[in-house]
Design a binder for this molecule. Sequence first.
Ligand SMILES: Nc1ncnc2c1ncn2[C@@H]1O[C@H](COP(=O)(O)OP(=O)(O)O)[C@@H](O)[C@H]1O
Ligand SMILES: [Mg+2]
Length: 215
Amino acid sequence: MKSIIGVVNPKGGVSKTTISVHLAHAAWMEGDDVALVDTDPQGSVLDWLRSRTDEEERPTDEEEGPTVVHEDDPALLPRKVQNLSQDIVILDAPAQLQEMTGQILSLSDLCLVPLEPSPLDIWGTEEFRALLEEEVSKETTVALVVARRDPRSTLGGELFSLAEDSPFEILDGVCQRVAYKRSMAEGETVLEGNDAKAKNEVRELLMDVAQLLSQ
Ligand SMILES: Nc1ncnc2c1ncn2[C@@H]1O[C@H](COP(=O)(O)OP(=O)(O)O)[C@@H](O)[C@H]1O
Ligand SMILES: [Mg+2]
């Protein structure tokens, strides 16, 4: 059966694309059959793919990474996802709280919500939080993923206190590290670089995600 993972947050710059690409690449490296769907009209994953395949020394066939497709029309997304043959489908959401976000939430078995562990404005909008709670009531697993935390800090204390009485799972995600920015700009992921801590946190995130999917 196909597992569909949505990476959503209407706020921009919270690591949605970074997490989507890294999870897809990590799963692909483990031998999983994975498709990454860029639903952002800005096509950030496509930019990554372009840098990846522009590299002269890198073969351009799809065997060298996860399959990437683009669909930014919410009405066409369900059919597109349904027609994918891969076992794991990761949907990278755009920065908006409109039709596409709702569509991704309803298609996903697991919704990952990257959040920066800052005390202010953690949800962006209450509307979004309410939408997520509605998903949980439909028995979709929603996991808040701590993103861009300072590696010297402890795991987002504010986030934990916020999550205490909430129905959401909480996962430690990706710290703020130059390795993410640098590797993505070069069409790579940290899994191909030499920052061991970054590699480890991506692998651990993948394991946490796999565990949530198997529940
Ligand atoms: N953990 C991180 N460490 C360093 N830079 C990051 C990290 N996550 C994201 N960035 C950078 O921040 C910018 C926005 O990240 P992105 O993943 O595209 O966010 P979103 O998809 O939520 O808008 C990008 O330039 C990206 O390289
Ligand atoms: Mg993005």
